[in-house]
Design a protein around this ligand. Structure first.
Ligand SMILES: [Zn+2]
Length: 442
């Protein structure tokens, strides 16, 4: 029985991940994400409507062009998402209903998807099926999917093993190998090493060109401790901004803010959204220690309260990439009663995503912050993506027959292909550099 793999999105770029796998007469779709910069651009230009036009999003390279799946459409049995990041689930509201099948993910991923749909005022026709990490589900006679838990920068991320009579298809997009994770357990290495006959590995390429092992999240935690507890902030306001879906990072921020004897206020819609999802499935209990300000009027009201005790709080805010409408930019623009003062601390627990729009937005924000004479602490961060040595480990553990690099432009995917070649694989024979819209039979 032939295995056919279709590269739908994420093969020409970082983002809008989507891959389809056909085994016999059954098809499964892996991830359906947005390309964030393009998505935000379209979002900023539109007016009104809650849900954007799928065709316009495809035209602007904001979501995958799934036209290539036209002939497979009626064979799709399941859409599976690896984790809750928007570049893996963000296109579901626009594309999923074309396929008459359920959507499967870990409970956290499904909960975040529900929140997104609620915000869009949309009810997806596809049934939503949560599956716990480290468990299996039989999709059809030809395919059984297994969720293998892995570390990344949002909870309940999994590697997907599609078991078939011809061997397993392993989909590792995204992951890193963190031996000292902060919120969850380590990767299920035992299961990964046990996998037999991995026919093909489809794997992310984001940091394939970095000759290193990606440091653990506990390193980011230590950096946060150092900057929160190791600098003198008496009498100063502290604002920290990080990725809203990074619950492990947020838990470290809460820990050290409490040690500083400050109250904690989360400000911004997306922070509220991911915290809500995590609390709903009981993997966190942040609101025990944290007050959340979600909407415009609520943010206004609560920041007014913070202003009165400005050195008794740590504000955790959205807007680390300088997004013009996010809370941090609006604070810097003096839109609230809470005003920045000389010597206040602004901690960026993130890196600037190297896309022109992000770099321009952050530069503009930093300029405003500089004018206020605040103290900035940048790059208090480690990535959730594996680098070259994590990728080498994954290949060594699973010994795949074929390797297909994904989640990256040609430069990044080529770096991963070069690594595979250096350990004995051969380009075109068993390492395949695909483009969006291309299919390959293995
Ligand atoms: Zn991710």
């Amino acid at each position: 029985m032939a295995i056919e793999i279709c590269a739908v999105g994420g093969y020409n770029e970082v983002g809008k991940n989507m891959t389809a796998v056909k085994v016999g007469d059954d098809v499964v779709i892996l991830d359906m994400g947005v390309q964030l910069d393009n998505y935000i651009k379209v979002q900023d230009e539109r007016e009104g409507a809650d849900l954007m036009d799928a065709k316009a999003l495809i035209r602007n390279n904001a979501i995958p062009n799934d036209k290539v799946l036209e002939k497979w459409k009626d064979k799709v049995k399941l859409i599976i998402c690896t984790h809750a990041h928007l570049d893996h689930i963000g296109a579901l509201p626009y594309l999923a209903e074309k396929y008459d099948c359920p959507i499967m993910g870990t409970p956290y991923t499904i909960e975040v998807l529900k929140t997104i749909c609620r915000e869009n005022k949309q009810k997806l026709k596809n049934p939503l099926k949560p599956l716990n990490k480290n468990s299996k589900h039989k999709i059809s006679e030809n395919i059984t999917v297994e969720f293998i838990s892995v570390t990344h920068s949002t909870p309940q991320t999994v590697l997907l093993a599609l078991h078939t009579k011809e061997g397993a298809i392993l989909y590792a997009n995204d992951y890193k190998f963190d031996m000292f994770p902060v919120l969850e357990k380590k990767t299920n290495f035992n299961r990964l090493k046990e996998l037999e006959n991995v026919r093909v590995l489809i794997v992310e390429s984001l940091y394939a060109n970095e000759a290193m092992k990606m440091p653990s999240e506990s390193v980011a935690k230590a950096m946060l401790k150092d900057v929160i507890l190791g600098t003198s902030s008496e009498g100063r306001a502290i604002i920290i901004s990080t990725f809203s879906s990074h619950l492990a990072r947020l838990s470290s921020i809460i820990k050290y803010s409490k040690q500083l004897n400050r109250k904690i206020m989360f400000v911004g819609r997306s922070l509220a959204k991911y915290v809500e999802a995590g609390e709903k499935i009981n993997i966190i209990n942040f609101t025990k220690d944290v007050e959340v300000a979600k909407y415009g009027s609520e943010i206004k009201r609560k920041l007014k309260k913070v202003e009165k005790e400005r050195d008794k709080y740590v504000i955790v805010s959205t807007g680390h990439q300088g997004e013009p409408k996010a809370a941090l930019t609006r604070i810097a623009d003096d839109e609230f009663d809470f005003k920045l003062q000389k010597g206040d601390h602004i901690i960026f627990s993130c890196r600037v995503i190297p896309a022109p729009i992000n770099m321009a937005n952050r530069k503009a924000l930093e300029k405003k912050l500089d004018k206020k004479q605040v103290r900035m602490f940048k790059d208090i961060h480690v990535s959730g993506h594996g680098a070259r040595e994590d990728l080498r480990d994954l290949m060594a553990f699973t010994k795949p027959g074929h390797i297909i690099p994904t989640h990256g432009d040609i430069k990044l995917r080529k770096a991963l292909a070069d690594l595979a070649v250096s350990i004995g694989y051969k380009l075109k024979k068993n390492v395949h550099l695909l483009k969006n819209g291309q299919k390959i039979k293995l």
